[in-house]
Ligand binder design. Structure first.
Ligand SMILES: Nc1nc2c(c(=O)[nH]1)N[C@H]1C(S)=C(S)[C@@H](COP(=O)(O)O)O[C@H]1N2
Ligand SMILES: [Mo]
Length: 406
């Protein structure tokens, strides 16, 4: 796919006008509410339209903005619309305006030729596009029992988009990676608000950074990136949790020694156990940086508590993704887990993206609990018991919906 003239022009003009980030949207009190049904209680949230470039999203936190995608969006669109794509920042010190013409991406550190690339320089490199799921490590954290601290997300801190940009490898080759480089560290234009607080930075091992898949995206679904999703550039790390997908990317630093920054060694650690799952009583578990995503699937056409007409033919549908590889199979159990049948898979937009599935049911009567389970191309399948860890990361339990046909 080629970036059309419209997008190129939009990128190169001074498109990044945000104004001031709202502190507390004044409409919040009168706003429509949603109940996320969190098991620990207090699942009521307001919907907000108050954020620049964003449509109606669930307000999880105002400063820094944490905005969740309402779940019904995933039923309507396979590519999550830019204005409904979730938002998550760690620090509220985010620039409120970016001059796209003056913007430079700095590439430095253990390289032969440090670079300062303009957006025009980047757009001139060979472009690549890829459909991939961006999912917060803590997606679904609000469903953890016992509850853990952190943003109490329901299932909407994920989204699927077509990312357009350049290969990180091409940019690194232009700079010439020095012999003995071990990692590449990324940071954006946001800064810590607390004096001495750790600016948000993540790094990837050098081979991962040069795998030809990791990209620097300048567009999303054919448009410039929304400001709050990282205008003008963001890292896209296909198959890995979004914590690595640095937004407003301004600095790429090649390191000759492992990255010891706070966000790699203290935060975003998961137990070194299958699926990152432990029991609340487990002590002294070895922790490692979070990395690859696991498979997930969701029923999107029906919510728990729904009433449908008995004996009418039903077509259930939903989405699945394989995580760090494609979807091999989606199975559905119409009877609470006793029997399983394969769902029909929809069009494959790429192994890192959402894939639709559907499943026909007939002679439905009474109360039903339907389960859906994805197996990925590596043979990993969703667990029947919920994942639990102290960070509230990597949830991918088999989801279910209970409804009544009468
Ligand atoms: N510069 C910067 N990039 C960042 C973050 C951040 O705080 N600052 N948060 C990361 C995390 S944890 C997530 S979940 C994703 C969220 O991406 P989105 O806001 O575009 O949905 O951005 C990632 N990239
Ligand atoms: Mo995240």
């Amino acid at each position: 796919m080629h970036l059309n003239q419209f997008t190129r022009r939009r990128l190169l003009i001074n498109a990044g006008i945000l104004g001031a980030l709202p502190f507390l949207p004044s409409a919040a009190l009168a706003a429509p509410m949603v109940d996320l049904g969190l098991p620990g209680g207090d699942g009521s949230r307001s919907l907000t339209n108050a954020f620049p470039g964003k449509g109606q999203l669930i307000l999880q936190r105002t400063r820094p903005p944490l905005l969740e995608t309402p779940f019904e969006v995933f039923d309507k669109e396979l590519l999550t619309p830019n204005d409904l794509f979730y938002v998550r920042w760690h620090w509220s010190n985010i620039p409120t305006e970016i001059d796209a013409a003056a913007f430079r991406l700095r590439v430095h550190g253990h390289v032969q030729r440090p670079l300062e690339l303009s957006l025009a320089d980047l757009v001139a490199l060979p472009s690549v596009d890829l459909v991939a799921v961006n999912q917060c490590s803590g997606n679904s954290r609000g469903f953890f029992e016992p509850r853990v601290s952190g943003g109490q997300w329901a299932n909407g801190s994920m989204g699927n988009a077509r990312w357009i940009g350049v290969r990180l490898k091409d940019v690194l080759d232009k700079a010439g990676v020095g012999a003995g480089a071990v990692a590449v560290r990324f940071r954006g234009l946001d800064q810590a608000v607390i004096p001495g607080g750790p600016d948000f930075m993540k790094s990837l091992a050098i081979d991962h950074a040069r795998d030809g898949e990791v990209m620097i995206a300048y567009a999303m679904n054919g448009e410039a990136l929304p400001f709050l999703n990282g205008f003008p550039l963001r890292l896209v790390v296909p198959g890995w949790y979004a914590t690595y997908w640095i937004k407003m990317l301004s600095d790429v630093e090649v390191l000759a020694a492992p990255d010891r920054n706070y966000w790699m060694t203290e935060a975003y650690l998961v137990p070194d156990r299958p699926n990152g799952s432990i029991s609340p009583d487990d002590k002294d578990v070895k922790m490692v940086p979070i990395s690859r995503m696991n498979p997930r699937s969701f029923i999107t056409s029906l919510r728990s508590g729904a009433h449908v007409q008995a004996d009418a033919p039903m077509s259930l549908r939903g989405i699945a993704f394989g995580g760090d590889c494609g979807v091999a199979r989606v199975s559905v159990s119409p009877d609470g887990g006793q029997t399983w049948r394969d769902a029909r898979l929809g069009r494959d937009l790429g192994k890192y993206g959402f894939q639709r599935w559907d499943f026909a049911m007939t002679h439905v009567r009474g109360e039903h609990r339907i389960l859906v389970r994805c197996t990925n191309a590596n043979g990993a399948e969703q667990p029947m018991a919920p994942v639990w860890n102290r960070g509230g990361f990597m949830q991918n339990v088999v989801e279910s919906v209970t409804f009544t046909a009468a």
